[in-house]
Design a protein around this ligand. Sequence first.
Ligand code: SF4
Ligand code: SF4
Length: 246
Amino acid sequence: MPIHEKSLIRSEDLITHEELVLDGVDVSGHWSTFIENRAVTDYNEAMEDEISALPGGEFIHRCWQCGSCTNACTVNAINPDFNPRFWIYLIRTGMEEELLRDKDIIWQCVSCNKCTYACPRDVNPEGVMKATAHWLELKGHTEKKPSMIFDEEFTEQIVTTGKIEDGRVLRRFFAKTGQPLFQEWLVALVRSLVFRLPIGLLTKMGLATLFHPRTRGWSRSRAAMEEYIAERETENRKALGLESKS
Ligand code: SF4
Ligand code: SF4
């Protein structure tokens, strides 16, 4: 039997009668609060298989609903609606419509992996959150979220050059997400670094911004990575029935 915290009951599902007398007892107001009955008929029986076929979702079947992941979760501490245990329950029972009600917060996972360390069943809840966000996007339920855009930018730079140049990743991420380059926190960070880092390192970082250095002999690694990524993307789409299986 799954755990259902009180916070999971949506206010629109609660019914309260302003005036109600039952067997001569006045139960008006909050005394007559009921949860509305509902019948779920549109199960997506393929949902668990689809999400477990995506990277990170492989071990979702191991979950026994203990709630340790949600208890440990960094984002849940700030927003109780962010509930990995509950979403895993919905995925495993095929309740797609219910899951879609939270589609705009699932991507907010910050990949801290506290849930991963707390999980007694090695489910890798952090991976499940990533796989679920990816599934939502592939299925067209959500547009590409900022965390996904950041991941893509980061990966693209590694694949192309074999190096990471933080300033360039940030610049391109801000441009793609319509954010200004000069943000208060970033200006403060740069100011504090300028006075702490050795001048030689700062010069190297500045030159890297201009010339985008590459790792020597990187072309074969790049080709192998591109081939692998293309294979995985095709596999992911096939697992979701988005391309005919060959
Ligand atoms: S990795 Fe994501 S789901 Fe797990 S504890 Fe951190 S924020 Fe929560
Ligand atoms: S901690 Fe692991 S087993 Fe427990 S509810 Fe979360 S994912 Fe499931």
